[in-house]
Design a protein around this ligand. Structure first.
Ligand SMILES: Cc1cc2nc3c(=O)[nH]c(=O)nc-3n(C[C@H](O)[C@H](O)[C@H](O)COP(=O)(O)OP(=O)(O)OC[C@H]3O[C@@H](n4cnc5c(N)ncnc54)[C@H](O)[C@@H]3O)c2cc1C
Ligand code: FES
Length: 258
């Protein structure tokens, strides 16, 4: 069941991306890294369906959680107008998050664009001794949450498509260079499909387990409508799997990227 929660802070991080800090004892305590919330974007503007947004970070002491949203269309535009003190209608936490195994001592999270958001709480909660983050953005003006990520890992590497900040090029190229220097026990990917497809290929090449967080358009968010399916392996066969319920996080060797 959805609940109205109070927004306690709303701020823009760059021209089109904003962060909402929401008061919720329930979500801050229950949410696991990689899970999402499903948000109603108001009754106006013909936006009937809720929009899925990753939980970026939680403050379990204060009973709050942060979501970071990039304006894409009608729904996210409406959400960008919310201010501190407003109430927001949220369903969650939903879905299956990332796997955290204490035996994984060296982990690398690899994110691109809006895919970086769920990786922040993963870094916060993961007990690994050696945590690396490789984050990719379009250009310098798109780089956000840099300090927040830097605080939660041993090494942060940033790439931009045009080289205006960090290294020029793809996060997957940086990943390969890093793995040539030092192996890792586990890789976590979240971002555009081509990046995750390449990433799973690299994980296989270096024989490292990995997880990917899939982004599908969603209707209900609770496994009732089949809007969100992706193809997954089932033995020698394949099947359609609901990303909202059985994902968004899947083992990298489970998903069939097309
Ligand atoms: C599990 C999950 C977690 C997400 N987490 C975040 C997050 O933390 N922050 C964030 O900013 N966004 C996140 N998104 C994406 C976000 O849900 C969409 O950007 C949003 O629903 C767009 O709604 P809209 O009404 O603004 O745009 P619309 O008018 O619905 O669409 C605008 C454009 O975005 C494309 N689009 C819309 N939804 C998706 C989608 N799910 N995948 C790919 N393209 C899409 C459309 O094709 C269209 O081109 C997440 C999506 C999923 C599935
Ligand atoms: S969004 Fe309805 S089944 Fe996944």
């Amino acid at each position: 069941m959805s609940t109205n929660y109070k927004i306690i802070k709303a701020e823009f991080l760059n021209a089109d991306t904003f962060k909402l800090t929401v008061q919720s004892e329930k979500i801050s305590q229950k949410a696991r890294p990689g899970q999402m919330v499903h948000i109603k974007c108001g009754d106006e503007g013909g936006v009937l369906l809720r929009r899925p947004i990753s939980i970026c970070s939680v403050d379990r002491e204060k009973g709050t959680f942060d979501i970071v949203i990039q304006i894409r269309g009608k729904g996210t535009k409406i959400l960008s107008k919310y201010r501190a003190g407003d109430m927001i209608d949220i369903l969650g936490p939903l879905g299956q998050g990332f796997s955290i195994y204490p035996k994984h001592k060296k982990i690398i999270v690899i994110g691109g664009g809006i895919g970086i958001f769920p990786l922040l709480q993963l870094l916060k909660d993961h007990p690994a001794e050696n945590k690396k983050a490789i984050l990719g953005f379009r250009n310098k003006s798109c780089v956000i949450l840099e300090e927040e990520f830097r605080k939660e890992c041993n090494e942060l590497l940033i790439s931009t498509d045009d080289g205006s900040y960090g290294e020029k090029g793809f996060v997957t190229d940086i990943l390969k260079k890093e793995l040539d220097k030092e192996p890792a026990d586990m890789l976590f990917f979240c971002g555009p499909l081509p990046m995750m497809k390449l990433g799973v290929g690299i994980a296989n090449e270096y024989n490292i387990p990995c997880e990917v967080s899939m982004e599908q358009r969603m209707g209900c968010g609770i496994g009732a409508c089949l809007t969100c399916v992706c193809k997954t392996k089932n033995g020698d066969d394949w099947e359609y799997t609901q990303v909202c319920k059985r994902g968004p996080v899947f083992s990298g060797d489970k998903v069939i990227f097309e």
